[in-house]
Design a protein around this ligand. Structure first.
Ligand code: TXA
Ligand code: MG
Length: 331
């Protein structure tokens, strides 16, 4: 391992965190790249106000320059450093859901570098719920730009080993806080008008926000630039099985291919099928999906069969990621 790592076991007393995170926080201040856990997925942090640092993060991730990043803050009180014209809808949602897995798209302040905004007049902002993330940013003393800490197009990382697999030698530090609780990325919502518009689904659902979706918007509505790009794809072919049918489909495919299975009723010992995870329901599938896709590649499997969950609430967010992983991006 060449990247400097600080491991912080869950349950570490919060008052010990600033000292533990002093070095990675100093690296951020100097323009370094620091991967850190959030409650959703690991982020690749850089000083959001330092254009060279943000540009370096794009290069490390091989991210297209037109896909802007999310700026992470430790408190709602920092919002004015980044955004302006914060209207009542934005205030209400920030107060209700921060800290948490909700990203608000707002009007960017003029002094936010264009490397951070991707050249847009808007800025995506969130206050993560993970204590390590908040303490790291607060100690660094600057807003932190953090896309997911994967090479562009690969599944987002949910443990430090995933970050290392993609970005070792390309970044300066990893803060290892164990597995992410949510496992899929935050909900992204445009809150510049009265009715919030969901640009990327997440565990804070449309129903919770009283929001519309960019998918069923009037023509010309904003879409999240990131949703244009290929996402979350492992090397193995991903096949979505109908509910209750995963095990049978995997068994059949295993006559010709090496097959991994993600399904609640998957049984160990099924001939030639590697059980990658047995999630019960959408929330649990969200938590294990990216790890299972990465495990399939690590094991050199040809195919991963993932059993679908009902497409409502959190299920819609998880199925969105699964369809993309399967290359069904027109959904
Ligand atoms: O949960 C998360 O959001 C994670 C953790 C690390 O916080 N971060 C994350 O970042 O998923 P990233 O860069 O992988 O995804 C950011 C998404 C992309 O789809 C991007 O297009 C969208 O947010 N986005 C960023 N700025 C935007 C803007 N100004 N307007 C619309 N969409 C924006
Ligand atoms: Mg990403």
């Amino acid at each position: 391992m060449s990247v400097a790592t600080v491991s912080v076991p869950p349950g570490t007393v919060e008052s010990d965190l600033p000292a533990l995170l002093a070095e990675p926080a100093a690296a951020l201040r100097r323009g370094g790249l620091v991967a850190f856990p959030t409650e959703t997925v690991y982020g690749l942090g850089s000083d959001a106000m330092n254009r060279a640092a943000v540009a370096r993060a794009y290069r490390a991730k091989k991210r297209p320059a037109d896909n802007p990043v999310i700026v992470h803050l430790p408190h709602l009180s920092w919002l004015d450093r980044i955004a302006e014209e914060v209207g009542p809808t934005a205030r209400r949602l920030a107060e209700e859901y921060w800290p948490g897995p909700l990203t608000l798209v707002l009007t960017a302040r003029d002094d936010v570098p264009r490397e951070t905004t991707g050249g847009l007049p808007t800025i995506a902002v969130r206050v993560p719920a993970h204590p390590l993330a908040r303490c790291l940013i607060e100690t660094a003393g600057t807003p932190v730009a953090a896309p997911s800490a994967n090479v562009s197009g690969r599944p987002s990382p949910t443990i430090a080993a995933h970050v290392l697999a993609d970005l070792d030698r390309r970044i300066d530090w990893i803060v290892d806080g164990g597995a992410c609780a949510v496992g899929i990325e935050s909900t992204v919502v445009d809150v510049r008008t009265d009715r919030p518009v969901v640009l990327r689904e997440g565990i804070v659902t449309r129903e919770m926000l009283g929001a519309g979706s960019s998918a069923d918007q009037r023509p010309g509505a904003a879409v999240s630039p990131g949703t244009r790009h290929t996402h979350y794809r492992p090397d193995a072919r991903v096949i979505v099985a109908p509910m209750t049918r995963g095990a049978a489909l995997a068994e059949r495919l295993s006559q010709r291919h090496s097959v991994g299975l993600v399904a609640p009723e998957a049984e160990e010992g099924q001939r030639a099928v590697t059980v990658l995870a047995r999630p019960l329901g959408a929330t649990e599938l969200g938590r294990v999906l990216y790890g299972a896709l990465r495990d399939a590649d690590r094991l050199g499997l040809d195919v991963v069969v993932v059993e679908a969950v009902p497409e409502d609430g959190v299920g819609r967010a998880v199925m969105d990621r699964l369809y993309r992983a399967a290359g069904l991006t027109d959904r």
